[in-house]
Design a protein around this ligand. Structure first.
Ligand SMILES: NC(=O)c1ccc[n+]([C@@H]2O[C@H](COP(=O)([O-])OP(=O)(O)OC[C@H]3O[C@@H](n4cnc5c(N)ncnc54)[C@H](OP(=O)(O)O)[C@@H]3O)[C@@H](O)[C@H]2O)c1
Length: 243
């Protein structure tokens, strides 16, 4: 029996239709029931055969979140883990970034995560040994030019897990801070994240380029009983590129 089999039984993954969230849903569903939220229900339908429950959710509709979480808990039981992966990136200099764009980034990446965290704090929603995991970014530790609202939202997630860990123990909370990964989010900027960028990043990564599996492995470890005394941390998974 793997560690994960003895750990979470019901995992809610928010932002599970592609990239990191999808990979986590596929891996964690081998040993736990996964409820998977996102807007693209066609993508979620493709993983339903793995026993994963698809839930249509647009996290920017903040008021809709509590009823959706209540529903998955009523059907599949209290949460043992809640993983917040939903996120969007905008690469644009600050001087030309619109107020609507700032508001949308912060709402999807951070405000909705705080709403999920508020629900996670309730004894009716999450078991006393449950864990909250936010997919943050090294940009929250070291903001790069032209992604400042994104970086601000990720720094907010790091503060969120610290606060949750302190207020809600023995429930645990932690963030994973990946560096660049090849996902739809970064594929939408092919002119920036081109071959030259990737070569330079590999050169700057003393432990080698991290990938989606590096993140999945770290989340799996942090959810396991082996990590039962790790809480409040934001852990960079970037091959050392941000050092
Ligand atoms: N890729 C990287 O280099 C990198 C690096 C550091 C951190 N991250 C973080 O990793 C997380 C996952 O991103 P990814 O790289 O895996 O990219 P991705 O494939 O684009 O995944 C983004 C996920 O967020 C969901 N999402 C976006 N807006 C949403 C909304 N309004 N409501 C519900 N779900 C929404 C998307 O689902 P729908 O579109 O179906 O709603 C999708 O499942 C993000 O928080 C991102 O900031 C990524």
């Amino acid at each position: 029996m793997s560690e994960i089999e003895r750990a979470p039984r019901h995992v809610l993954i928010v932002g599970a239709s592609s990239g990191i969230g999808l990979a986590l849903a596929q891996k964690l569903s081998q040993a736990a029931h996964v409820s998977a939220m996102a807007r693209r229900t066609d993508r979620l339908a493709e993983i339903a055969h793995m026993g994963i429950t698809p839930v249509a959710c647009d996290v920017s509709q903040l008021d809709s979140i509590p009823a959706l979480v209540d529903e998955v808990v009523a059907v599949h039981g209290k949460l043992d883990a809640l993983i917040y992966c939903a996120g969007k990136q905008l690469i644009k200099p600050m001087r030309i970034t619109k107020i609507d764009e700032i508001e949308e980034i912060v709402r999807v990446n951070l405000t909705a995560a705080v709403v999920f965290a508020k629900l996670f704090a309730s004894a009716k929603i999450a078991n006393s040994n449950a864990a909250f995991c936010a997919i943050s970014s090294i940009a929250g530790h070291r903001p790069e030019p032209a992604i400042i609202p994104y970086s601000v939202s990720k720094a907010g997630l790091d503060a969120l897990v610290k606060g949750l860990a302190r207020e809600c123990g023995p429930k645990r909370a932690f963030a994973i801070a990946p560096g660049w990964l090849d996902t739809e989010m970064t594929q939408s900027y092919p002119q920036i994240y081109n071959a030259g960028f990737q070569e330079e990043l590999a050169r700057k990564s003393p432990a080698g380029l991290a990938n989606i599996d590096s993140v999945v492995d770290m989340v799996e470890y942090l959810l396991s009983p082996k990590a039962s005394h790790i809480t409040g941390m934001s852990i960079a998974v970037d091959g050392g590129a941000s050092l």
